[in-house]
Design a protein around this ligand. Structure first.
Ligand SMILES: C[S@@+](CC[C@H](N)C(=O)[O-])C[C@H]1O[C@@H](n2cnc3c(N)ncnc32)[C@H](O)[C@@H]1O
Length: 205
């Protein structure tokens, strides 16, 4: 399947390493009690987060992305991860397959219809009481001046459609405005990177 990320696959990890590495560590810390559980990273890109989790002793790891070139970068590492070239809005998994689902910096760049379809699919394939960990941008009065300036510039550089979706996501209060508390109840929330990134851990209701 084709993704706008296909052409960026070979440089993605290198360029974004300083920004993404603190996120990889924070996700691993947040999921410490889930080592050995069946974990899916939706829109996993090159699988960089999964490789980091593997290096920290996580074992039952699965990564799904639309972009074959992004997945191929992950596969080259020969880390024991199961890879799926699929659409996160319509996967091949049975109901209630995973104990934990994560997704990092993926929802903000999609339009509302796609965001809602991905969350509906997440709800379907996550086990009852399962854990959802989302990481995404947040720009509000708690975010630093630097985050307010830098994040929109980075998003604009990613393309006009991407930027339009980011602006709508921001106006709709990001993850807070998107997640239905009747489906996913918030358990913990942490900010990082000049308080412009939020990690929210939810439990499936
Ligand atoms: C900003 S990148 C984030 C990648 C990864 N989560 C990370 O933290 O490095 C967004 C990823 O979402 C993927 N993607 C976009 N739409 C998708 C969809 N409908 N289903 C699965 N993956 C998708 C892209 O191919 C890309 O790899």
């Amino acid at each position: 399947m084709q993704s706008e990320y296909d052409s960026a696959a070979t440089i993605y990890d290198t360029i974004l390493f300083p920004f993404l590495q603190p996120i990889r560590k924070a996700v691993a810390r947040e999921l410490l009690t889930f080592k050995g559980k069946k974990l899916l990273d939706l829109c996993c890109g090159t699988g960089n987060q999964l490789k980091y989790l593997a290096s920290q002793g996580y074992t039952d790891l699965h990564g799904l992305d639309l972009s074959k070139p992004m997945l191929e970068i992950g596969q080259k590492s020969h880390t024991p991860i199961h890879w799926y070239e699929e659409n996160a809005a319509q996967t091949s998994f049975e109901n209630a397959t995973f104990d934990v689902i994560t997704s990092t910096l993926a929802l903000h760049e999609k339009d509302r219809v796609v965001q809602e379809a991905i969350l509906a699919e997440t709800y379907r394939i996550l086990k009852d009481n399962g854990t959802l960990l989302l990481v995404d941008f947040i720009l509000d009065n708690k975010s630093s001046w630097l985050a307010h300036k830098a994040i929109p510039i980075v998003e604009r550089m990613a393309g006009l459609e991407h930027f339009t979706n980011f602006k709508s996501f921001r106006t709709a209060r990001g993850l807070v405005g998107l997640i239905d508390p009747e489906q996913f109840q918030e358990r913990e929330s942490n900010r990082m990177l000049f308080r412009g990134i939020v990690l929210i851990r939810y439990q499936k209701m």
